[in-house]
Design a protein around this ligand. Sequence first.
Ligand code: DAU
Length: 335
Amino acid sequence: MRILVTGGAGFIGSHFIHVALEQLPDVEIVNLDLMTYAANPANVADVADDPRYSFIQGDIGDAEVVAKAMQGVTHVANFAAESHVDRSIHGARDFIMTDVLGTYVLCQAAKAAGVERYLQVSTDEVYGSIDEGAFTETHPLNPSSPYSASKAGGDLQAFAYMHTFGLPVIVTRGSNTYGPNQYPEKLIPLFVTNALDGEKLPVYGDGGQIRDWIHGRDHAAGVLAALLKGTPGEVYNIGGGNERTNMWITEQVLEQTGASRDLITYVEDRLGHDVRYALDTSKAQRELGWKPEISFDQGLADTVKWYQENRAWWEPIKSGEYREFYEQQYASLEK
Ligand code: DAU
């Protein structure tokens, strides 16, 4: 089995590579990653010398590079994506290029290579916001942000390749993911690293929005289970079952880092902010034999500890390009 993992130097992709190498002794992994801002060679440094692992730097939208990377591949797991909602509000071009066009190029190459399975990593955000209950896989797509609209476009493109050309496509839709190695623009790593540095925690709106949190390793294990055991043509929701308000997360971060409550700063709400996401994961649990293993209390405590102990991983990030984005993003939200 030779798996082409795209975006494998990113957050969830790198967890996937570790889980796959642990679970599958005979697997070969080809990691195709463009190494854009959110990728980090440190995320896969410990597997770089594993003879089962190889790395190619390149864009999933580049047909030539993708054709080369696809040689001998039996399975594809597409993690490569632009994924930050706030950045997509500032401009969606990169999101459309990677999440839609890149998916198209990858499907085209996977079809030409005759792969056994193509897995598209998607998001619960393609369903939109839900006030009560939880999304099942049959819920209509109703994405709200330029990011989630791009991801929905990728899902549809991939399924069109199954319908039209018989590419065996499986889609997973994951909930909000946290854990070590996450680029500090997302809520949890941003608030943890800001709290450790005594910087403000910018809460959007009233902080009452709800997300369902899953650890990166559990998310990765769900994707692997879907790749190995899923039925082509099917969607599997991969969620943690940990619904929390953003304020709850904020309070936890303050408590666990010992930072002052004075850091909480209410800023203007995100444009088009989805109020609540919740996933029904019974299909994945029933059909894939998968379930999340890491409790949120333990996972969050371990994650805070990881950021405390790995300043060398995130301190260099919080300058340069990141600083520019941060200032543009948060200056515009100040009240
Ligand atoms: O639900 C899955 C999705 O989760 C993934 O598809 C996305 O790639 C991932 O970014 C995430 O999307 P969210 O928009 O929910 O994640 P984010 O960490 O940006 O925000 C989580 C919540 O926290 C959201 O309600 C906005 C709020 N927030 C976020 C930031 C960065 C704040 O209040 N302040 C902030 O500074």
